[in-house]
Design a protein around this ligand. Structure first.
Ligand code: NAD
Length: 496
């Protein structure tokens, strides 16, 4: 029992123990409890809000070059210690260390973008809008911002949100997933080491009680959320009813279309890594392969063949290409979709439940389900595990129609050698992020990330320019300096 670490909160620049309820944190590769995470009460949350409120005036007034210096230093620290952070992620999430390291790199992109905050926070100026009258705009922080994050990217998603909110001069309360909370505390320490003043970033661990406290708190002015669709919708409705700005990203069902002219080996490689990487627990994982025309049979064979070679095991084992699922319940839930697929009329080509594992962790093999159709649970619901469904369609138009009818619209990809099909696809598809021969089209940090429909509630995407808008209030100043030598000047400018 002595190895079980206690995971508290990070308030006002240091770790603070929890005061009440707790929850187990697991090592998903062994199934053993590795820690106990504090679940914040409303009074724990209040301490964090107090710290964020106290830190706000000074951080807001901190010069932009000093804020940028924190970002540069943070980049240095995270880069130098990225392996340490990756291993923390693997220990609680289960993904293989190389994948965790990739997550850190994608998170760092946002730090790099934010290091350019001098540029991103520039306002606009119009000289002489009327005689002697100028207008300029400025961007000011919104105040205290809350960031509520999911388990599947315990470092990258916090870095998406927190970094930009801080760059804009806000103070922050981060509420990470209670299933893998340690990466968030590591990031808070890294920010402190980078010179961020105490109280600017606070981490409150917890569950619904902490989240509801955030949604109802008068002093928290904006909420960024990433997680499942039902919770995203709940967050959006409750926080916006309370007058807050909200961006709430939800679940996904990402399709990958393979056209008859595509390079089938490249498409099969892409499908396997995009469907089963990180055990399918990526919001941009491919979960439906849309095979157009004759490609289905050869493609299914090629994918099945590659699946047989995938090494599944402990994320710390360098040979592993895929780790376990996050919890026992998640694994059983994934298994239930595969179990139900045959009765729904689909054909299970590879059944991940049949794979045997010596380890007692939350492992399941990869599954491939062919002849899937809308109306089947395996198609309609987000599985969030290593299951790839194949939907067979006759034409390009059928593929577009299928995808546009889906309730989710996070990412999508098309594999083709034909520029015209690719362009038509880009034009017609009702999805937020599109890949052309790129299976997981997560935008680089200089663009913004977000889906459409039930994959996003609100109108602002994460990171990049859209996030600089979300975390700032724009103020417009109209200025007239009358000539003191003239007693009365009619500038001819409307005064109302
Ligand atoms: P989740 O919705 O269960 O949890 C997300 C956050 O909400 C956590 O911090 C959790 O503590 C909190 N939460 C959970 N239940 C709550 C409740 N009833 N009331 C208030 N707060 C609650 O999601 P998850 O399982 O951690 O993450 C996986 C989900 O996130 C998947 O659906 C995945 O598609 C989605 N996701 C989406 C994106 C995206 O960019 N759209 C990115 C990553 C993950």
């Amino acid at each position: 029992m002595s190895d079980i670490k206690q995971i508290g909160h990070w308030i006002n620049g240091g770790e603070v123990a929890g005061t009440g309820r707790e929850q187990d944190v697991f090592n998903p590769a062994t199934g053993e409890v590795s820690g106990r995470v504090a679940l914040a009460s409303v009074s724990d949350l209040e301490q964090a809000v107090d710290a964020a409120r106290a830190a706000l005036p000074a951080w807001r007034a901190t010069g932009l070059t000093k804020r940028a210096a924190v970002m540069f230093k943070l980049r240095e620290i995270v880069t130098a210690k990225s392996d340490e952070l990756a291993r923390i992620i693997t220990a609680e999430h289960g993904k293989v260390v190389s994948d965790a390291a990739g997550e850190v790199v994608r998170g760092l992109e946002n730090v790099e973008y934010c290091a350019g905050l001098m540029h991103h926070l520039k306002g606009e100026f119009s000289e002489q809008v009327s005689s002697g009258v100028d207008v300029h705009s400025v961007r000011q922080p919104v105040g205290i911002v809350a960031c509520i994050t999911p388990f599947n990217f315990p470092a990258m998603v916090p870095l998406w949100m927190v970094t930009t909110a801080i760059a804009c001069g806000n103070t922050v309360i981060l509420k990470p997933s209670e299933r893998d909370p340690s990466a968030a505390l590591w990031i808070a320490q890294a920010f402190k080491d980078a010179g961020l003043p105490d109280g600017v970033l606070n981490v409150v661990n917890g569950d619904k009680e902490a989240v509801d406290g955030i949604l109802d708190h008068d002093d928290i002015k904006a909420v960024s959320f990433v997680g499942s669709t039902p919770i995203a919708q709940y967050i959006y409705e409750r926080a916006s009813k309370n007058g807050k700005r909200v961006q709430a990203l939800g679940g996904a069902k990402n399709h990958m279309v393979v056209m008859p002219d595509a390079d089938l080996d490249a498409a099969a490689d892409a499908a396997v890594s995009a469907a089963y990487g990180s055990a399918g627990e990526r919001c941009m994982a491919v979960s439906v392969l849309v095979a157009v025309g004759e490609v289905a049979d050869p493609l299914v064979d090629k994918i099945a063949e590659r699946m047989g070679k995938l090494v599944i095991g402990d994320g710390f084992d360098e040979r592993s290409e895929m780790g376990p699922l996050i919890t026992r319940e998640a694994r059983d839930r994934v298994a239930s979709y595969v179990a139900g697929a045959t009765d729904e009329g689909a054909r299970v080509v590879v059944d991940g439940r049949e794979k045997h594992f010596d380890e007692s962790g939350f492992f399941i093999g990869t599954s491939l389900v062919d002849h899937v159709k809308p109306g089947m649970k395996v198609y309609d619901e987000e599985i969030f595990g290593p299951v790839l469904s194949v939907v067979r369609v006759e034409t390009f138009e059928d593929a577009v129609e299928l995808i546009n009818a889906n309730q989710f619209a996070n990412g999508v990809a098309i594999f083709t050698r034909d520029g015209k099909s690719a362009r038509e696809f880009e034009f017609a598809i009702e999805v937020g992020m599109v890949g052309v021969n790129v299976p997981i089209p997560v935008p680089v940090g200089s663009f913004s990330f977000g889906g459409w429909k039930k994959s996003l509630f609100g109108d602002t995407h994460m990171y990049g320019a859209e996030a600089f808008n979300f975390y700032t209030r724009r103020k417009v100043v109209t200025t007239r300096w009358p000539d003191p030598t003239q007693s009365q000047v009619d500038l001819g400018f409307p005064t109302n």
